[in-house]
Write a protein that binds this ligand. Structure first.
Ligand SMILES: Cc1cc2nc3c(=O)[nH]c(=O)nc-3n(C[C@H](O)[C@H](O)[C@H](O)COP(=O)(O)O)c2cc1C
Length: 171
């Protein structure tokens, strides 16, 4: 196995993407991979890792701005590493909600033609109206956690093989 050390980094406003990143990190460790997990603003040095897993939430049809900043800043290193991407978005599990959020994400990722994700997935998110900073409309919505932990773990379990394949293609 060539993919021995992985950075899992996340851009999260209210914590749900962070929890998903933690579950992915745990699954990678179970597969025998050395994993560092860091909030995206703290992820400064990538050169010590064989691969990067990047997760960020969608807000108002935009990917978290820190994820954009990260991709722009680390383009040179990321071009030479397998990069797996996940996003949190849909506040529902229906196909329509999932497709809508996926379209938003694809539009955001189209800004980075150099980025060829080794894996790319959208997960349903969590909504908590008691979090500070939400507008009055959002505060009226009910609390909902749509995260599908089975799907998240299944994606994470498949990751080592996908990162490995991407690493071979880059070599
Ligand atoms: C104000 C607000 C706007 C949102 N806009 C979108 C959106 O445009 N598309 C989408 O897929 N999800 C949207 N979401 C859902 C979030 O991506 C979801 O709640 C996610 O789990 C938040 O991640 P975090 O807890 O890591 O910040 C929105 C959530 C909030 C609170």
């Amino acid at each position: 196995m060539n993919t021995r050390s992985v950075l899992v980094t996340y851009a999260s406003r209210f914590g749900s993407t962070q929890e998903v990143a933690e579950a992915i990190a745990a699954a990678l460790r179970e597969a025998g991979i050395e994993v560092d997990i860091q909030p995206i603003q703290e992820a400064q040095r990538l050169d010590g890792y064989d691969a990067v897993v990047l997760g960020a939430a969608l807000y108002n049809a935009r990917w978290h701005p820190d994820a954009h900043q990260f991709l722009a800043k680390h383009q040179a290193v990321l071009k030479q590493r397998p990069v797996a991407i996940f996003a949190l978005g849909p506040l529902g599990t229906g196909d329509g909600a999932m497709r809508g959020s996926r379209r938003q994400l694809d539009k955001e990722l189209a800004k980075y033609p150099w980025l060829k994700p080794a894996a790319l997935e959208m997960f349903a998110g969590k909504y908590d109206p008691t979090k500070p900073g939400l507008g009055s409309f959002y505060r009226l919505l009910p609390t909902r956690d749509y995260r599908d932990w089975e799907a998240i773990r299944a994606w994470a379990k498949a990751l080592p093989a996908q990162l490995e394949r991407a690493e071979k293609q880059l070599a």
